[in-house]
Design a protein around this ligand. Structure first.
Ligand SMILES: Nc1ncnc2c1ncn2[C@@H]1O[C@H](COP(=O)(O)OP(=O)(O)OP(=O)(O)O)[C@@H](O)[C@H]1O
Ligand SMILES: [Mg+2]
Length: 384
C-alpha cells in the first residue's frame, strides 16, 4: 500500500509508463487478441451498411446518452434524435448537454484524422462538452466525492504547470511507447488522464471520448461508432473502484483487463446491433417496394435510417423529393405503418418507431411491418 491520502492533492502521481511487468502479462496479451478480433469484426460489420452516415448518426447518440448519464445527466435517445440535426435551442438542458457530447465526439474524430491526440485536443473536447471555453485547472479545490456519503475519495494533483507537465508525459506515452500493445496503452492512458483530472468538471466524459478517438487514430475503428459507455455505465462501481486501486496499490492488471473486456464486450454488442440494423433496412426496403412501389427508392429508405426523426425538409435537402411530393411520401409511409407522425411545437415530425426501438432496446429483435407476414414466418419456422 502506498501512502496515498485521498484528502491531499496527488502531486506524486507517477509518470508513465509503469514497469512493463505491471501492465503486460500473458493474460493481458491474450485478452488484447480477443479485443482486437472483436474490433475487426465491428469494423467489418460497419462496412455492411451501405451509407456510413446511418451508423455515424445513431451510435454516437447512444454513446452520448450513456456517457452523460454516468454524470447523472439524464435524457432519452428519442429526445436526442428529435433534436439531433436541427437547432437544439428548444431541447431541455440535459438533452443539449448530451448533444454537445456527440458534437465533441464528431469534432474529435475529425481532429484525429489530421493528427495525434494532444492536450490541446482534450481542452477543445472538454470545452465543447461544457459549452464554454476552458483551460487546464489553475485553482485548487477539485475533489472527487462519493455521491451518497459526500466522503472525499480522491484529490487530483494541483498547480497548472505540474498538470501541464503531467499531460505532456501522458501524450508522449500515447504516441511514443509503441513497445506496448495499443489497447494496453489505451487502458493505461485512460487511468492517467482521469488521475490527472485536468479540468474542474467533464474529465470523465472527455476521457471516454479520448478512448474512442484513440481507437480511430490507431486504425482500429474507421469512425466513432463504439458504444463503450454502455459497458462503463453498467459496471460503474467497478470502474470507480478499479481506477482507485491503481492509485492505492498500483493494481494495473485488473484495471487493464476491465477495459479490454469492455472493448470486447461492447464491440460484440455493437456488431450484433449493426447486423440487426442492416436486416431491418433490407426488410424496410422490400416492404416499401411492395406496398408503395410508386414512391420507393433506396435513397428514401436510407433516409428513414439516417434521420429516424424525419422532417419534410430532410427529404427536400437530400434531393429525394420536392416539397409537395415529400409531404405526400411521408404521409403514405405513415399509412403503410412505417412512420408515425408526431407534433413537436409547431412542427410535424415523422418518426420511424421500429428503428428507434431497435436502437434503444437491449435485444436485437424487431417484428415485420406486416403482422400477417410475421405470423407466416413464425409458422414456417415452427414447421421446420
Ligand atoms: N478514484 C478515482 N481516481 C481517479 N479518477 C476517478 C476516480 N473515480 C472516478 N474517477 C474519474 O472521474 C470522473 C468524474 O470526473 P468529472 O466529474 O470531472 O467528469 P464528468 O465527465 O463531469 O463526470 P462523469 O464521468 O461522472 O460523467 C469519473 O467518470 C472517472 O472517470
Ligand atoms: Mg462531473
Amino acid at each position: 500500500m502506498t501512502d496515498f491520502n485521498p484528502e491531499i492533492p496527488y502531486n506524486a502521481l507517477p509518470d508513465l509508463p509503469p514497469a512493463a511487468a505491471l501492465i503486460e502479462t500473458t493474460e493481458i496479451l491474450k485478452q488484447c487478441i480477443k479485443a482486437r478480433v472483436a474490433l475487426a469484426e465491428l469494423k467489418q460489420a460497419a462496412e455492411l451498411i451501405p451509407n456510413s452516415a446511418v451508423l455515424v448518426n445513431a451510435i454516437p447518440l447512444l454513446e452520448a446518452r450513456a456517457s452523460s448519464e454516468i454524470e447523472n445527466i439524464v435524457t432519452t435517445t428519442d429526445k436526442l434524435f428529435e433534436f439531433a440535426d436541427i437547432n437544439e435551442d428548444r431541447a431541455d438542458a440535459a438533452t443539449k448537454e448530451a448533444l454537445r457530447y456527440r458534437t465533441a465526439l464528431y469534432e474529435g474524430s475529425k481532429m484525429v484524422q489530421r493528427g495525434m491526440l494532444t492536450t490541446d485536443m482534450a481542452i477543445q473536447i472538454c470545452s465543447t462538452i461544457k459549452g464554454q471555453e476552458l483551460d487546464i485547472r489553475s485553482e485548487s479545490g477539485t475533489r472527487l466525492k462519493n455521491r451518497a456519503t459526500g466522503k472525499v475519495i480522491y484529490t487530483p494533483p494541483e498547480g497548472q504547470k505540474l498538470l501541464q507537465a503531467m499531460l505532456d508525459n501522458w501524450a508522449e506515452f500515447m504516441h511514443r511507447r509503441t513497445e506496448f500493445d495499443p489497447l494496453v496503452r489505451l487502458a493505461v492512458q485512460h487511468y492517467q488522464f482521469e488521475a490527472i483530472h485536468p479540468f474542474a468538471d467533464g474529465n470523465g466524459r472527455t476521457g471516454r471520448i479520448l478512448n474512442i478517438l484513440f481507437l480511430v487514430q490507431h486504425g482500429l475503428l474507421n469512425s466513432p461508432i463504439l458504444y463503450l459507455s454502455r459497458y462503463i455505465i453498467s459496471n460503474k462501481a467497478a470502474y470507480y473502484r478499479l481506477l482507485q486501486n491503481v492509485t492505492d496499490e498500483q493494481e494495473w492488471l485488473p484495471w487493464i483487463m476491465f477495459i479490454l473486456e469492455g472493448i470486447e464486450d461492447t464491440c460484440s454488442w455493437t456488431t450484433d446491433k449493426i447486423k440487426a440494423i442492416r436486416e431491418l433496412m433490407e426488410h424496410t426496403a422490400e416492404y416499401v417496394q411492395a406496398k408503395l412501389p410508386k414512391i420507393y427508392t433506396w435513397e428514401l429508405v436510407e433516409l428513414l435510417f439516417k434521420q429516424p426523426y424525419c422532417r419534410i425538409s430532410n427529404l427536400v435537402n437530400s434531393g429525394v423529393a420536392k416539397r409537395q411530393t415529400a409531404s405526400v411520401y411521408l404521409k403514405q409511409l405513415c399509412d403503410a405503418g412505417v412512420l408515425k407522425e408526431i407534433k413537436s411545437g409547431r412542427e410535424n415530425i415523422f418518426v420511424h418507431p421500429k428503428y428507434i426501438e431497435l436502437l434503444t432496446g437491449e435485444e436485437n429483435v424487431w417484428v415485420y411491418y406486416d403482422d400477417a407476414e410475421a405470423e407466416t414466418v413464425e409458422l414456417a419456422i415452427q414447421r421446420h
